[in-house]
Design a protein around this ligand. Structure first.
Ligand code: SAH
Length: 371
C-alpha cells in the first residue's frame, strides 16, 4: 500500500474529522462517512452519502477504503466459514465466522497478530513464529469481512472474540483501538459486551484492559490447573504462573463486573485426569468464572515434537461433570469446522504448506491473487 494513503479503518472519530478539516472539508462529515461505511460492511455507498466533491476526492488519493482482501474462504459441513485475509502491508491472517444456534445470528473470531510468539505446543498459530502486530484497522477489517460474510448467508454478526492468531495483550493499544471502532455506536455498533478478548495470561495486559474500562469480556486460556502441566503446554507460564494469572482474572472480574471465561483445551492423557478436574475445581473456588472445555483440535506435531490427541467424547463429558459436581459452571465448547482447519492458525498453516512460498514469508496479496 502507498504509505501516504491512510485506510479508513485506521481512522477514528478524532483523526478523521481532523483529516477532513486539514483538507478544508467539514469535520462533521466524518460521522456520515463512518455510519455509511460500517453499515455497509466496509464499503462506502456514495449514492447514499451527501458530501461534497472535495470529500470524495480524498478517497482518490489520501484515504483508502480497504487495506485487506479475502484470499480464501472455506465453509465446513457445520456452516463454519474460515477466511484467510491478506493484508496490503504484507501477510495473511485468519478470521472465522460461526453460525449461532439462532437462525439469524453468527459469531466472529479475529486475529490480533500475524503469527504468534507464545509457542503454545498444541496451537498451530505458533508454528511459523511471530511476524508482526496488526494495526487497529487491519483488525477492524477482519470484523467487516466477517460482517459481510454473515450478511451473505442471511445472518447478523452479533459477537466477536479475539481468539484467532496472536496474543491480543501483546498488541493491546491496537486491539483497544480496534475494539473502540468495532463497538462504538457511530462506527461498527457491535456493542462492548459482545466482544471477548482471550489471553494466554499476560498479567499487565489483563490489568490494562480492566483499566481501559471498555466493558468487554475476558477469556483466560488456562489449559491446566497446575504449573507443571501448564508449563509444558504454555511456555509463557514460566513468566506468569497459574496463581498469578487466575488472580489477575479475579481482579478483572471484580473491577469490571464481567464474568470471565476460563478456556481449557482438553488433551488426552495430558490435562484430562480426575486429578486435573479436582485441582481445577479447587482453583475456581470462590471465583464465579465459567469454564469452557474445548476438546483438542489436532494440528499434527507441536513445536516440542509431541503429537497430542483429543480425548474420547465420553471423557470430555466426564471431565465436565466432575467440574460441575464440585460446583464449577462448566460447558463443552463444540469444536467447529474441523474440516476447514478451524482451530487457531490452522488455515494459514495449510496455506503456507501448500503455497510455493512454503517455509518463507506468508503470502502477500499480490502473489496470492492467483489463488
Ligand atoms: N493468544 C490468545 C488468543 C488466541 S488462542 C490465547 O491464548 O487465548 C484462542 C484459543 O484457542 C485459546 O484458548 C487456545 O488455547 C485455543 N486453541 C489453540 N489451538 C487449539 C487446538 N489445537 N485445539 C483447541 N483449542 C485450541
Amino acid at each position: 500500500m502507498n504509505t501516504r494513503v491512510t485506510a479508513l479503518t485506521d481512522l477514528d472519530l478524532e483523526s478523521l474529522p481532523a483529516l477532513l478539516k486539514r483538507h478544508g472539508c467539514p469535520p462533521s462529515h466524518a460521522r456520515t462517512l463512518f455510519r455509511n461505511f460500517y453499515d455497509n460492511s466496509g464499503s462506502l455507498d456514495w449514492q447514499a452519502i451527501e458530501v461534497g466533491a472535495r470529500v470524495r476526492r480524498l478517497f482518490d488519493g489520501e484515504i483508502s477504503q480497504r487495506q485487506s482482501t479475502i484470499l480464501r474462504s472455506h465453509t465446513s459441513g457445520d456452516g463454519t466459514t474460515k477466511l484467510l485475509v491478506g493484508m496490503a502491508n504484507g501477510g495473511a491472517v485468519e478470521s472465522v465466522l460461526m453460525p449461532s444456534h439462532r437462525p439469524d445470528r453468527a459469531a466472529g473470531c479475529v486475529s490480533s497478530q500475524l503469527g504468534c510468539a507464545m509457542g503454545c505446543d498444541f496451537c498451530a498459530s505458533t508454528k511459523n513464529g511471530f511476524e508482526r502486530n496488526l494495526s487497529a484497522g487491519e483488525i477492524v477489517e477482519q470484523f467487516l469481512h466477517l460482517r459481510a460474510t454473515a450478511a451473505s448467508i442471511g445472518r447478523r454478526l452479533t459477537s466477536l472474540v479475539f481468539m484467532g492468531m496472536g496474543e491480543p495483550m501483546l498488541n493491546l493499544p491496537e486491539v483497544i483501538g480496534a475494539i473502540r471502532r468495532i463497538a462504538h455506536g457511530q462506527m461498527g455498533s457491535l456493542g462492548w459486551r459482545q466482544i471477548t478478548v482471550s489471553t494466554v495470561g499476560i498479567v499487565p495486559g489483563i490489568d490494562a484492559l480492566a483499566e481501559a474500562n471498555l466493558n468487554v469480556h475476558l477469556a483466560l486460556s488456562l489449559h491446566a490447573p497446575d504449573d507443571e502441566t501448564r508449563a509444558k503446554l504454555v511456555p509463557m507460564n514460566r513468566r506468569y504462573p497459574v496463581a498469578l494469572i487466575v488472580e489477575a482474572a479475579r481482579r478483572f472480574q471484580e473491577r469490571t463486573g464481567r464474568i470471565c471465561t476460563i478456556e481449557y483445551c482438553l488433551i488426552r492423557d495430558v490435562n484430562d485426569t480426575d486429578d486435573h478436574a479436582r485441582q481445577l475445581a479447587s482453583l475456581m473456588s470462590g471465583f464465579r468464572a465459567h469454564v469452557n472445555v474445548i476438546p483438542y483440535n489436532p494440528i499434527g506435531l507441536g513445536l516440542s515434537g509431541r503429537e497430542y490427541r483429543r480425548p474420547s467424547y465420553e471423557r470430555v463429558i466426564e471431565f465436565v461433570d466432575l467440574l460441575r459436581d464440585q460446583g464449577v459452571v462448566a460447558h463443552v465448547r463444540a469444536t467447529r469446522g474441523d474440516d476447514v482447519n478451524a482451530a487457531c492458525g490452522q488455515l494459514r498453516q495449510a496455506q503456507l504448506v501448500e503455497s510455493p512460498q512454503s517455509g518463507g514469508p506468508p503470502p502477500r496479496v499480490a502473489q496470492a491473487s492467483s489463488l
